[in-house]
Design a protein around this ligand. Structure first.
Ligand code: ADP
Ligand code: MG
Length: 224
């Protein structure tokens, strides 16, 4: 069953003269097992689409639905994990605490959250950093820890917003390896935004955004 579906979804920020149409006419669906890159230049609406898919933004037009996921935003928060573009770890907590925290906050008992955190850190290859404070990490290490934190929730859908955007090519490629391996290990669907064609071609499907308009390749539309 479809994880998330947008039908003619739009998101406008501001009102009147100040209104900015970030995304319009967005029709797409993410199925279980999907590996999707959303590509487009800066300002084309990538983050806004990702936030709509996550339920972090409410559409100002059209609909966004999660047929296979929980009925409420709280229930869905266990099914959907977001890897944000910029630094998103809590600097004064250790790596292990950062990775375990989201699970605890969504109601997983602490002992189980700890186990999941260890498993996630091992999957992503950051177990050796477990006791280090987050603010001592390099950019690439921090982004891998953010991936570990995302998969520790055992989500059905991982949404990563330019996860390689601030990394050099080699580190970025490694973070993408980690994301793909983690999605494969947990069975989660993966959607990655990127302006880098080298990153986009590593995902099975490419969706193109131009000025807030999403184009999903025709064959994908037919398959659905
Ligand atoms: P991208 O991630 O591709 O760079 P965004 O989705 O961040 O694009 O932004 C798309 C457009 O919407 C841009 O013109 C941006 O300035 C605008 N925008 C995004 N978020 C907001 C906001 N919170 N308030 C006002 N404008 C916004
Ligand atoms: Mg963005």
């Amino acid at each position: 069953m479809t994880l998330v579906r947008c039908a003619d979804a739009a998101r406008t920020f501001g009102r009147g003269d100040q209104a900015v149409v970030a995304v319009h006419g967005c029709t797409c669906a993410v199925e279980p097992g999907a590996r999707i890159a959303i590509t487009g230049p800066s300002g084309s609406g990538k983050s806004t689409v990702l936030h709509l898919l996550a339920g972090l933004e409410v559409p100002t037009g059209g609909t966004v639905e999660w047929p296979a996921l929980g009925a409420t935003a709280v229930e869905r928060s266990r099914d959907i994990a977001v890897v944000f573009q910029g630094p998103s770890l809590l600097p004064a907590l250790t790596v292990a605490e950062n990775v375990g925290l989201a699970a605890v906050l969504t109601g997983v008992p602490e002992a189980k959250a700890d186990q999941r955190a260890v498993a996630a850190m091992e999957t992503v290859g950051v177990a050796a950093l477990a006791d280090q404070l987050a603010d001592t990490l390099s950019g690439g290490q921090a982004q891998r820890v953010a991936v570990a934190r995302a998969i520790a929730l055992r989500p059905r859908l991982v949404l990563a917003d330019e996860p390689t955007g601030q990394l050099d090519a080699e580190t970025g490629a490694h973070v993408l390896d980690v994301l793909l391996a983690a999605a494969a290990a947990t069975g989660a669907a993966l959607v990655v935004t990127t302006h880098d064609p080298a990153v986009a071609t590593r995902l099975a499907e490419q969706w193109q955004l131009t000025d807030g308009r999403l184009v999903v390749p025709a064959e994908e539309g037919v398959r659905r």
